[in-house]
Design a protein around this ligand. Structure first.
Ligand code: PLP
Length: 246
């Protein structure tokens, strides 16, 4: 079951390094989030042992159950290293309360109402939550995310109303294009926005240093365009098999 996970991670890291070098950056500046949705605890452990600390999930239920299963594991087997969970999927407001004490970052904030709920629940958990604003760069109806032109307003509103949120940057999911290079225009647009908003609004609670873009199909192009977090699932764990009812 775990065959090849360590090798896949090494290969992905090499490709990240090459893409970073192409744009004159250091591979060390790109954080690899292993997207572990649908994957077993054993597969996650294999990736963790191969050096991955950051794991991305898109369902609250999966985060809470894996959090419980893997908590003991990380304590026993590591020195100074713990699994960090990233919420990368669409988040319903009524489920925010289950994860504010478990995740290190929420990548998918796209409305003030969601931010206000995260703010409230983070306060109750005694944390300041790191979030990314999800941008729907290609204006796809099927995707969540705020329109590029609405990012500034959302950032301003969150600054105004949400004391327990720290905005760390932007996240985007490129459209499913045939050639990875066709996604470049979207990554480039989100990168420009990231730069501009990070500069214009910079303060303690809006401190942009995370640009989350790129998945298995397109992470090299994303890194070339400035991504410093990539979210890779299939490229690490192989094709996903969705169990019935999941
Ligand atoms: C599933 C998922 C990924 C990873 O997709 P792969 O193509 O398997 O690398 C990245 N980001 C989000 C938001 C996802 O839901």
């Amino acid at each position: 079951m775990n065959n090849g996970i360590a090798e896949n991670i090494a290969a992905v890291r090499e490709r990240i390094a090459a893409a970073a070098a192409k744009s004159g950056r250091d591979a060390g500046g790109v954080r690899l989030v292993a997207v572990s949705k649908t994957r077993s605890a054993e597969e996650i452990q294999a990736a963790f042992e191969a050096g991955i600390c950051d794991f991305g999930e898109n369902k609250v239920q999966e985060i809470t159950s894996k959090y419980d299963i893997l908590r003991g594991f990380t304590k026993e087997s590591t020195k100074n290293r713990n699994i960090k969970w990233h919420m990368i999927g669409h988040l319903q407001r009524n489920k925010v309360k289950y994860i504010t004490d478990k995740v290190c970052m929420i990548h998918s904030v796209d409305s003030l109402r969601l931010a206000e709920e995260i703010d409230r629940r983070s306060s109750a958990s005694g944390v300041t939550m790191d979030v990314l604003l999800q941008v729907n760069a290609a204006a796809e109806e099927s995707k969540s995310g705020v329109a590029p032109g609405d990012v500034r307003q959302l950032a301003a509103d969150i600054l105004d109303r949400c004391d327990n949120i720290r905005m760390k940057g932007l996240m985007t999911i490129a459209p499913a294009v045939k050639e990875p290079d066709d996604a470049r225009v979207y990554f480039s647009e989100v990168q420009s926005l990231y730069d501009a908003v990070g500069r214009e609004f910079k303060c303690e609670r809006l401190d942009f240093d995370c640009l989350s873009m790129g998945m298995t199909h397109d992470f090299e192009v994303a890194v070339e365009e400035g991504a410093n977090i990539v979210r890779v699932g299939t490229g690490i764990f192989g094709p996903r098999v969705y169990a019935q009812g999941v």
